[in-house]
Each structure stands twice: as C-alpha cells, then as structure tokens.
Design a protein around this ligand. Structure first.
Ligand code: KG4
Ligand code: ZN
Length: 334
C-alpha cells in the first residue's frame, strides 16, 4: 500500500500548529506555537489577540514543520484543516492558509471537526478499537460519544452548560491560580484533602453533564469566606472540586460502557491530561476489563498531529472541501 501523507493545520484557539502525519497513525513532524504565556496576563484567551498572533506565526510554523520533516509540499497527498468549532478569528487564519496551499499546489483539502481531531489523537498511540466510547473533555467540550466504526460519531450525551475545562479555569481563578487553571488545580488536588462540601453535578440517569452549579458553588464559597475574613484552603478546595468532577465523569462513562456493551474507552481533549481523572479511569477500567486508551499529554491539548490523524480517515472516506470552505464557530460532529 502506498503511504499517505497529510499536512494538517490547527488554529482553533490559542495554539498555531502544523503537522505532517503518515497513514493516520505516524507523526512525522509537528510544530505547536502556544500563545499561553501571552494570554495568561489577561486571565484567559483574548480572541482578537489570538487571531493576530496566528497571522504573525502561521507562515513560520509551516516552514518549520517542512524543515523538521525534511519534506516539501510535493510529498503531501492532502491538506487537513480544523474548520471548527472554535474562535472564529483564529479558525479563519488556519483555514485561509490551508486553502491557499491546496489551491496553489492542487492538493485535496479535507475539513476536520476539532473534536474528531481530539478523538483521533488516540490513533497516534494505538489503532482505535471499535466499538468504543469516547469521553471528550476540553475547554470547550464535554461529550460522551459512541463510535461503531471509523469516522462514525454518535453523541449520546454532553454538557448542558459549561465545559469541564472552562469550569476548571473559572474555579482556578477564584482560587487565585493563574490561567490556564486546569493543570494547577490538578496538581494541588493530589496534595489536599476533600474537606469542602460541594454539589455533585447532575447525578441522574442521563449521559448529560452540568458544571455551572459546581462552578457557582466554588465562586460563592470563595466570596463568602472572603467577606467573613476567612482564608480558604486552596489545596483542600482543589481536592474537593476535582473529586466531584472526576466522580461524575467516571460514573456516567462507566455506565455508558455497560449499557452500550462496549469494552473500549478512549479519553480526549485538554482535560484528558488530568491526573485524577486518568488514575480513576485506570482503576475502574481494570476492575471492569475495559481497554483504556489515554493519549500522552502532548496529544491531549490542541495540536495539529491529531488533525492529521483524523484527516487521514476523513480523506479515505472521501470528505473534501472546496475553495469556498468557511470556518464555523459551532458545528455538530459528524
Ligand atoms: O483541548 P484543549 O487544549 O482546548 C480546547 O479545545 O478547549 O483544552 C484546554 C483545557 C483548558 O480548560 C485547561 O485548563 C484544561 O484543558 N486542562 C486541564 C488539565 N490540563 C489542561 N484541566 C484539568 N486538569 C489538567 N491537568
Ligand atoms: Zn481542543
């Protein structure tokens, strides 16, 4: 079989990333230029600032990836690009760059949904085994997805309000932790005790989640303690918060595996980097004979290698975009 090389582009939030991926599973070279330090001073991603940096960096990121791979555009079979969902100004830069290259060099253009990318990050670790349940947990998404086969996505549930990563970042802010708060809360959570009484979010029979109540509970608790002149124990609050999050995510995921009679679980998205979530799922999957795949940290947060992995399968089933491809801030995974 001839090898297929995908040039992939990801710019949906604050990372400008380009990658070359072989056959949907081998990362040849990836460059990720993160703007995290720039946005940290604002306490979150500022969309206008993000788009400007994507514009400044994208050409350099393309040049760098070809240099790293020791390849040229003539070695590329298709160009995959994240068209959405994400910040519209940021997405447009990647989409425009991908369209320009595809048009100039007459290369097929493949549109990739950002969440398909997060899911296929796991294919860079080992081939996905079907049927599977994917727990997608990121700054913008919290979804449970059933996949019968490659590139077939059935969303069986998801958040009704805030995404879990967003909840981490907001809770971290009132704890006085710098953006992005998720990794900082995670670190503290392993050092403290579960002493704060916080609500368990949407503990019902559905596969849906709701994190806004938990977020408000943390914000209210921090404000009330401040008004009373009491200091909060940030470490214990981080532990209590993380325990509630991990409890509900793992409970609904394990139930989905059982009810759908599936024994493969993959975890995807930035919050898949969470140590508490990883170790609880590891323990539960071992107990229940479930095969668990969680990507290494570099594939959890936004990167173009995952778009190259998903893009390969999208390419194989004939997904193509024309030169009028537009970025979409919101779009259903299909
Ligand atoms: O997937 P991602 O890079 O961007 C989106 O597509 O949203 O996810 C970023 C999110 C942020 O909210 C960040 O705080 C969270 O992932 N995150 C974590 C951890 N590492 C990143 N949340 C909890 N624990 C972590 N270790
Ligand atoms: Zn993402």
């Amino acid at each position: 079989m001839m090898d297929t090389y995908i040039l992939a582009v990801e710019s949906s939030c604050d990372e400008t990333s380009v990658s070359i991926v072989k056959n949907g599973c081998v990362e040849i070279a990836t460059v990720v230029l993160s703007q995290m330090d720039i946005h940290a001073s604002f306490g979150g991603v500022v969309p206008e600032v993000a788009s400007r940096h994507h514009i400044e960096n994208i050409t350099m990121v393309f040049e760098e990836v070809f240099k790293k791979a020791n390849m040229t555009i003539n070695d590329i079979d298709a160009i995959a690009v994240t068209y959405g969902p994400g910040l519209i100004g940021s997405l447009l830069i990647g989409v425009q760059a991908a369209k320009t290259l595809a048009y100039l060099h007459n290369i097929p253009l493949v549109p990739v949904h950002h969440i398909a990318g997060h899911i296929y990050a796991n294919n860079l670790v080992e081939p996905l085994k079907f049927p599977l349940i994917a727990l997608v947990v990121s700054g913008g998404h919290t979804d449970l997805i059933y996949m019968k086969d490659n590139y077939s996505f059935e969303r069986i549930g998801g958040t009704l309000d805030d995404a879990v990563g967003e909840c981490y970042d907001k809770a971290a802010r009132v704890m006085g932790l710098q953006y992005p708060g998720g990794p900082r809360v995670d670190k503290l959570a392993s050092e403290g005790e579960d002493t704060y009484k916080l609500p368990v979010p949407l503990d019902d029979d559905s596969y849906n989640f709701s994190f806004s109540g938990l977020k408000s509970a943390v914000i209210n608790l921090a404000h009330n303690e401040e008004q009373r002149g009491n200091e909060i124990n940030v470490t214990n609050l981080a532990t209590s918060f993380q325990n509630r999050v991990v409890e509900i995510l793992t409970k609904k995921t394990m139930r989905a595996l059982k009810e759908y009679n599936v024994d493969n679980l993959i975890v995807a998205g930035g919050v898949a980097a969470n140590k508490g979530l990883r170790s609880k799922l590891d323990e539960l999957c071992k107990q229940n004979n479930i095969h668990l795949c969680v990507p290494p940290i570099k594939y959890c947060t936004d990167n173009a290698a995952m778009i190259g992995a998903a893009g390969y399968y999208a390419y194989k089933i004939g997904r193509r975009a024309s030169i009028d491809l537009n970025a979409k801030a919101n779009d259903k995974l299909n």
